[in-house]
Design a protein around this ligand. Sequence first.
Ligand code: ATP
Length: 326
Amino acid sequence: MDSTFPTPGHLPVKAHDPGTGIVALGLARSFGTVKAVESIDFIAAAGKVTALIGPNGSGKTTLLLMLASLLRPDSGSIRIQGIDPEQDARSVRAILGWMPDTLGVWESLTSREILTTVGSLYGLGKAHARARAAELLEMVELSVLADTPGRVLSRGQAQRLSLARALINDPQVLLLDEPASGLDPGARVQLRMLIRDLAASGKTVVISSHVLVELDEMADAAVFVSKGRTVRSQTLAEAGAQVRGYTIGVLDLPALRRFLESTSVAAVYQPNLENVGGTAKVKLPGESQATELLAALVREGVPVSAFAPSSGLLEETYLSLEGGTK
Ligand SMILES: Nc1ncnc2c1ncn2[C@@H]1O[C@H](COP(=O)(O)OP(=O)(O)OP(=O)(O)O)[C@@H](O)[C@H]1O
């Protein structure tokens, strides 16, 4: 494929080294009369983590299934590392790791047996499959449960096994559907580090998730979908540069109000009931303006006790889109 595509920020750049990442354009897929995916463009670069974000029922899983060659699109084109899954599903599956939102575990098999079995399905020899299974069990910290049956795994443990399963063939492209769901806070931090490492090693990583704050720390770019359509693509740097709500906490609200009014910054004020302090909510055009405002407040002696974005970067975009798509 060799043409120009809309990229995050909508800059028409030469999209692609055709050998890398994912390029899906104009995708549509219906189930009977339900248009699960109506018009989705999705680009994910190699070496980056791309978030797929959208409300329930917006078509994320349907899109991932098409990218994974498990579902045929009614129309549109897909290239995974330059390969068309409709023409060559086998080659796509060989380079792809798929972590579904819920893992069907073979209940009587142990975690080790599940991984070695999947390994042999990918054509790994017995010894290689066993070694790879041991390595992955170690990586997702399931070694102690390696020989207990799948049915006794907790939801979080099953999620970790699912991730290990998705990595068995050392895939170049990883599709993760809600990977953090069911994980405790410690396991979420580990997952985040693991995903960053996988991207740093050159893999194309796609994550569908509702936990937007977590994606802020994990993703390089995001594609927002709603009602089966792509409604926005942006990099995290672009998200950081957009208008954003900030909450300023002060010990002296009248002093803050005087300062903001003198500099024509509009705000919504919320006084404390028991003292002269309170909070103000403001909209600022970007992170550098936020830095400047904070510095000016400190310089002017306004007693600031808190200064923080009112929501996460991606959450800000999500909420603005939600408002516009309802
Ligand atoms: N096999 C199917 N048969 C009929 N309708 C389907 C099928 N799969 C999905 N749909 C419908 O297509 C729409 C998109 O579903 P999809 O699962 O892709 O959304 P999603 O964004 O992944 O949702 P969630 O965030 O809740 O997981 C929904 O209205 C869903 O009911």
